[in-house]
Design a protein around this ligand. Structure first.
Ligand code: RB5
Length: 152
């Protein structure tokens, strides 16, 4: 697996640090995009990380804000990116197996650090199942092309 991109806004700086520590201890390489500076807006971080995923620099990335919603909404604007907000293990697994989501988003005001680590672990260990899910993800890509132009 390539380096995992990770970013956060000011609301999730602490969660980002917790996850970086967890990921590095688990043997993953991590590229930290999040600025610790106060007042960083989530769309700025989300678009930078999502573009890095779309360009193939990362095959997985994690984005954290207060709710995970702003990061998800923004990252999904970048063609080719499928970002999923997950706060439970089942959703995290399905985000990979069914949706082939390359980006996981979480909210530091929603989830505690221990569950967040478990969710990240489940998401990283799960792979796209293909099969019946493949034509559905292909339809998402087709919609992406229709509205956003070519997927890189
Ligand atoms: C920042 O206050 C908050 O809006 C942001 O972290 C995120 O929750 C937005 O979706």
């Amino acid at each position: 697996m390539k380096k995992i991109g990770i970013g956060a806004d000011g609301a999730a700086t602490q969660l980002k640090g917790t996850l970086i520590e967890y990921l590095e201890e688990a043997g993953y390489e991590v590229e930290d995009y999040g600025s610790e500076a106060e007042g960083v807006d989530y769309p700025d971080v989300a678009v930078e990380v999502a573009e890095a995923v779309a360009s193939g620099e990362h095959d997985r990335a994690i984005l954290c804000c207060g709710t995970g919603l702003g990061m998800s909404i923004t990252a999904n604007k970048v063609p080719g990116v499928r970002a999923a907000q997950c706060h439970d293990v089942y959703s995290a697994e399905r985000a990979r197996k069914s949706n082939n989501a390359q980006v996981l988003t979480m909210g530091a005001r929603v989830i505690g650090p221990e569950l967040a680590k478990t969710v990240v672990g489940a998401w990283l260990e799960s792979e796209f199942a293909g099969g019946g899910s493949a034509p559905k993800v292909a339809k998402i890509e087709e919609i992406d092309r229709r509205y956003n132009g070519a997927i890189r």
